[in-house]
Structures are given as structure tokens and as C-alpha cells.
Ligand binder design. Structure first.
Ligand code: FES
Length: 108
């Protein structure tokens, strides 16, 4: 059975205001509300050492705070140079009004 990890209450994630989640044994994560739908991606930009939650969300796009690169929040695809490598995305489940993802393989 796959266990789940609780990231944050759904109510904490406002549309356009991504929330950083930093839990032991997980990569830094970003939780987004896009028009009422919740998404989770890695928080670290694939171009450099920047947290995407310090950037700017424009609808379904997150722009990195460092060099203007951006990603599609739903798919993780790189959308603007200099970002070329997609960010990892995680399937989201909502349980008891919490944003959850599956426990990552290989982690306790
Ligand atoms: Fe994100 Fe360069 S570190 S675009």
C-alpha cells in the first residue's frame, strides 16, 4: 500500500500565491492553486539555485525569480528560456482538506 504525505492545508494555498513546503526527506516542494485546482512540483528551478515559490505565478505558469525562465505548473514543462529541463510534478490527492502526495519511492 502506498502511504501519503500531507503537505499543507488546501485553504493555505491561494490562487496565484504558491506555497513552499519543506519536509525532511523530501525535495523542496511548491504547491499551487490554479483557478481552484491544486498542483505540486519541485520548488527548485532546473536552471539554477532558485526557489520557484519566490517567483511569480501567472495563471498556470510559474516564473523563476532569477533569470526569467518559466514552467507550466500542470505539466512541469519548461516554457521560457533559459529553462530547458522540465521540473518534476507530483500527482495530488486532497484528503481531509489537506494537499497530499504519495510517499516517494526509496524514502522511509
Ligand atoms: Fe531559474 Fe535561472 S535559476 S531561470
Amino acid at each position: 500500500m502506498t502511504s501519503k504525505v500531507r503537505l499543507c492545508p488546501v485553504a493555505d494555498v491561494k490562487d496565484g500565491e504558491p506555497v513552499g513546503v519543506f519536509l525532511e526527506q523530501l525535495p523542496a516542494l511548491a504547491v499551487y492553486n490554479v483557478d481552484g485546482d491544486i498542483f505540486v512540483t519541485d520548488n527548485m528551478c532546473t536552471h539554477g539555485n532558485a526557489m520557484l515559490t519566490d517567483g511569480y505565478q501567472d495563471g498556470g505558469i510559474i516564473e523563476c525569480p532569477f533569470h526569467g525562465g518559466s514552467f507550466d505548473i500542470a505539466t512541469g514543462a519548461a516554457k521560457a528560456f533559459p529553462c530547458q529541463v522540465a521540473i518534476k510534478t507530483y500527482p495530488v490527492r486532497i484528503e481531509d482538506e489537506w494537499v497530499c502526495i504519495d510517499q516517494l519511492e526509496g524514502l522511509a
